[in-house]
Design a protein around this ligand. Structure first.
Ligand SMILES: [Mn+2]
Length: 326
């Protein structure tokens, strides 16, 4: 590699996200994309460990750079050039593990400060962090683009619209989107949930219907193909002014690919499905992204992170439309 990559081996050096600069909030505006870790897992109802994900993802991102390099794509038989992005790493939210409300506010504040001037790339944490993150994104977008709607593309094995559960925090990883809808940050009609499967409580399905959330189940994706799903979303939004946030729950992938997640499910998406989806978003205005539910404690090989990072790299390098970042 002649540019972009510092003279360091993949396994050496201080692993900021993609080897980028570690910055403070004052410098956000100088960068196209700013990475933020949210190391918490108190919102997970089952197998804990997602709080270790941001550091692990940084380590496996270290070989990737997005600086406009000339490449050849063996998957699509074509020459291509990657985006040229200035990326920075803002570090992690200072998590308060015993006070979820304080924590959600801290997440909102950080993501707001990124989204005001740049593109937030957030790594959880369990899926509860998307409440604070999306709220910060929403606030920043409403200030920057008052006449735009705010949409959500949600990749997940689950619909995450349940209600309160036992003694879990008010916002836990099973009810994030119900909370965002009920609190007025999200309109179900602008939400696209991709990948759910299995048998669920009928009231959760009824809620999705009632709020008109656009649901594409894993079996539908197998039937019609992921690109047809993405095209349907593009078609529906082609005349709209709408800024999208992507929330990517790694458990949308089939458990046979991803061991490193707390609530896995079989019959899921393939890495190819996800890769194709994330690389074909150019017509959509994607302005923020989070990846959640990675858990290094459940995958000693860490291949879950290698796959996750490959997807993120392909999204940043080829899927993100840089022209729409302004
Ligand atoms: Mn989820």
């Amino acid at each position: 590699m002649k540019d972009g990559r510092k003279e360091e081996y993949i396994y050496a050096g201080i692993p900021t996200y993609m080897g980028s600069e570690f910055i403070k909030e004052n410098d956000i505006e100088k960068y196209d994309v700013v990475f933020l870790g949210v190391p918490c897992d108190y919102g997970a109802s089952y197998r804990l460990g997602a709080k270790y994900a941001p550091r692990q993802l940084r380590e496996y991102s270290f070989w990737d750079r997005v600086y406009g390099e000339e490449l050849y794509d063996l998957d699509h038989n074509e020459y291509l050039k990657s985006n040229e992005l200035k990326i920075a790493d803002l570090g992690d939210v200072y998590v308060n593990p015993t006070n979820p409300k304080v924590n959600q506010n801290a997440i909102t504040k950080k993501v707001y400060s990124i989204a005001k001037n740049s593109f937030p790339l957030v790594c959880g944490g369990d899926h509860s962090i998307t409440y604070g993150s999306f709220r910060g994104f929403y606030k920043a977008m409403k200030e920057r683009y008052p006449d735009y709607e705010i949409g959500l593309m949600h990749f997940d094995a689950h619909m995450d619209v349940e209600d309160k559960y036992l003694n879990m925090p008010d916002v836990w990883h099973g009810n994030v989107f119900r909370n965002l809808i009920e609190d007025g940050y999200l309109d179900g009609k602008n939400m696209y949930t991709i990948g759910p499967r299995g048998v669920v409580g009928r009231e959760w399905f009824d809620y999705v219907q009632e709020k008109k959330i656009n649901l594409f189940t894993a079996n539908q994706i197998k039937d019609i193909g992921i690109l047809n799903v993405i095209n349907k979303i593009k078609e529906k939004n082609k005349d709209k002014k709408i800024k999208f946030y992507i929330t990517f729950d790694i458990d949308c992938l089939d458990v046979s690919y991803i061991f490193g997640t707390g609530t896995p499910q079989c019959n899921g998406l393939t890495p190819y499905d996800c890769d194709e989806a994330l690389r074909h978003l150019h017509e959509l205005d994607i302005a923020g992204f989070d990846i959640v539910e990675l858990n290094p404690k459940l995958d000693d090989s860490h291949t879950s992170f290698v796959i996750a990072e490959e997807l993120l790299y392909h999204f940043l390098a080829f899927g993100l439309n840089k022209e729409k970042l302004k």
